[in-house]
Design a protein around this ligand. Structure first.
Ligand SMILES: [Zn+2]
Ligand SMILES: [Zn+2]
Length: 373
């Protein structure tokens, strides 16, 4: 029986992308068969990789959330063993910290001078998306080591050119794992991509030149932001190896759903229940809006299905002018139970209500006719 992917990674079902990545890295390091002494490490390692393959892919994750393991079977024909290692770079980076060193794929060249970008996430309420919000987002970032000023060498010493890669920083690399052999041009294992070897490494950063820091980022979220949009904060990402420009942070904003409203573009939708007497006699009802509670009057004879539009009470237009509308759909609720006396009174009322009482007034055609009268 296949194990639950969330349980395998020790995560709740609503885990954020960043948590999934973090949990996977921790487990991958702990369970890698070359490292772990645990007897079932290899088996567990495979399970964790499989779980990560699914949960790190938003489409596969959705399928898994809805249909479980059965949903993933067949669709991509990858059940039972042979995984599709779309995210194999994540597996490598779990061990080699590649993404801390800079995005791969730049041939035999020396490392880029710019530090890698970083992804962070924040969840906000719809009401805050309507007004805009300044908030703090915690994140982990590789920052230049203070002790060695980012050089990686113990203060007072210097680095020498790496003999393995002759200063290039990258070599062809073969890695054996329980999942097979991987060959790729990768970061030089001797120098970690720096092209230089530090004989006397800095004790604080162990020669990397950078240390992982917990930081918080102040993010100004503009009014009208939509779920899933990203905000770029330049220069707050990872430090570059060897002290170049710092990368950027992309903060993905998740806008939580509000049980009172539905959002569609810049418009807000809600429903209101009127009793049949309220709808018939007319009434005034308190309606929650993005601007707080509002008294909204409904005229006598309000019909179910009526759409009441509050102009300009919707979401602000992102980086634009004005606001969408708030549309209120009227639902009329009828009594479900009457006692004998109520029933008698209603029957009596019904006898007095003729066609005229039910005739629609002021419809489109009658307005058109009166315009020509
Ligand atoms: Zn250092
Ligand atoms: Zn090297």
């Amino acid at each position: 029986m296949a194990k639950d992917y969330y349980t395998l990674l020790g995560l709740p079902r609503d885990a954020l992308e960043a948590d999934i990545k973090k949990a996977f890295r921790g487990l991958a390091r702990q369970l890698h068969p070359d490292v772990s002494d645990e007897p079932d490490a290899e088996e567990r390692f495979k399970e964790v990789v499989e779980a990560y393959e699914v949960l790190s892919d938003s489409e596969k994750r959705q399928v898994y959330d809805r249909y479980g393991h059965d949903g993933l079977r067949g669709a991509s024909g990858q059940s039972g063993g042979g995984f599709d290692f779309g995210n194999v770079s994540d597996l490598f980076s779990a061990f080699f910290g590649d993404d801390l060193l800079g995005g791969g794929g730049r041939g035999g060249q020396r490392r880029a001078q710019r530090g890698p970008d970083l992804a962070a996430e924040v969840a906000i309420d719809l009401a805050d998306a309507a007004t805009g919000l300044s908030t703090e987002v915690p994140y982990q970032v590789a920052a230049a080591c203070d002790t060695c000023s980012g050089s990686g060498a113990k203060p007072g010493t210097h680095a020498s050119t790496c003999g393995t890669c002759r200063g290039a920083g990258r070599v062809q690399q073969i890695t054996r794992s329980p999942l097979g052999e991987f060959v790729r041009t990768g970061t030089c294992p001797t120098c970690g991509g720096a092209g230089k070897v530090i004989e006397d490494p800095c004790a604080v950063c162990r020669g990397d030149g950078r240390v992982v820091q917990e930081k918080t980022l102040r993010v100004d979220i503009p009014a009208g932001i939509h779920d899933g949009q990203r905000i770029r904060i330049s220069g707050e990402g990872h430090a570059a190896s060897g002290g170049g420009l710092t990368g950027d942070v992309y903060v993905r904003v998740h806008v939580r759903e509000d049980e009172r409203f539905a959002r569609e573009g810049n418009d807000i939708f809600s429903t209101v229940d009127l009793t049949f007497t309220q709808a018939t006699l007319g009434t005034s009802v308190t309606i929650p809006t993005l601007d707080g509670d509002m008294e909204v009057a409904f005229e006598p004879g309000t019909q179910p299905g009526t759409l009441r539009i509050l102009d300009g009470k919707g979401m602000p237009v992102l980086q634009g002018r004005g606001r969408g509308d708030h549309r209120i759909l009227v639902n009329v609720v009828l009594p479900r139970r009457l006692n004998d006396e109520q029933r008698r009174q209603l029957e009596e009322l019904d006898r007095t209500l003729d066609d005229e009482a039910y005739r629609p007034d002021g419809g489109f055609f009658s307005k058109l006719k009166s315009a020509f009268r």
